[in-house]
Design a protein around this ligand. Structure first.
Ligand code: PGA
Length: 251
């Protein structure tokens, strides 16, 4: 089954570093077949990275967006603007936005709806904090995040949607969860989607990803899980050799 590998470069690279990395990856991954690869650079690097990727098999994604289409929203970027620079995907509700920038479930929901309305593919991030996990609330937290982001969204739209399970305490730690846990949580997410969308066929079109300390050593163990349709990679996506070897290992 084809898998999706999404690189989240966060605020880690300069413009030049972003363009250089995109050039190397588009060369190294010229012959990838089946699997989908999406690069998510910082906002200023979207246009030049998109130009590098034009004609390649690698797609462009943003790390965030705003829910309004235009207007007096200083500092914000609309879905249409992202599309103008070549984006097809957008990460929404990453834990760093929820926890550092104070993004709420209500904001995440508006962003998901706006992305879908514009024809962008949202990559909705959900995940529990360590304390929530210690308190046995993990499944509840995940289910609520998924439900609040997706409730009321038209069924047909669900076909173009990724949900990334990213345990907050694991991100950037170098220590991923066990692949079986990613599989279990993917099933939890799928069940919420089935309840929300009632028609299983639509829910099955929702693709679940795992993110959090994915690297060259563990990527295959996650992608081997039947309900994990791909991975969201942060730190390990910043070096061309590492990231392209992770993808080439899947071919
Ligand atoms: P990481 O980040 O791979 O560095 O843990 C993943 C993410 O935050 O999306």
């Amino acid at each position: 089954m084809p898998k999706t590998i999404i690189a989240n470069w966060k605020m880690s690279l300069s413009l030049k570093e972003s363009v250089d990395l995109a050039k190397k990856l588009s060369r190294d991954l010229r012959s990838i077949t089946g699997h989908a690869v999406v690069l998510c650079p910082s906002f200023p690097a979207l246009l030049p990275v998109g130009q590098v990727l034009a004609g390649s098999k690698i797609a462009l994604g943003a790390q965030d967006m705003f829910w309004e289409t235009h207007g007096a929203y200083t500092g914000e970027v609309a879905a249409g603007m992202l599309q103008e620079v070549g984006c097809t995907h957008v990460i929404i509700g990453h834990s760093e936005r929820r926890n550092i920038a104070g993004e709420t479930d209500a904001m995440v929901r508006k962003k998901v709806a706006a992305a879908i309305a514009a024809g962008l593919t949202p990559i909705l991030c959900v995940g529990e904090k360590f304390q929530e996990r210690q308190e046995g609330l993990k499944d509840h937290v995940i289910a609520e995040q998924v439900r609040s982001a997706l409730e009321g969204i038209a069924i047909s739209s669900a076909a173009k949607l990724y949900i990334a399970y990213e345990p907050v305490w694991v991100i950037g730690s170098g220590q991923a969860v066990e692949p079986e846990e990613a599989q279990y949580t993917a099933e939890v997410i799928r069940q919420v989607a089935v309840d929300l969308f009632t028609e299983y066929n639509s829910a099955s079109a929702i693709r679940v990803l795992y993110g959090g300390s994915v690297d060259a050593a563990n990527i295959t163990s996650f992608l081997r899980q039947p309900d994990v349709h791909g991975v969201l990679v942060g730190g390990a996506s910043l070096k061309a050799e590492t990231f392209s070897s992770m993808i080439q290992a899947l071919v």
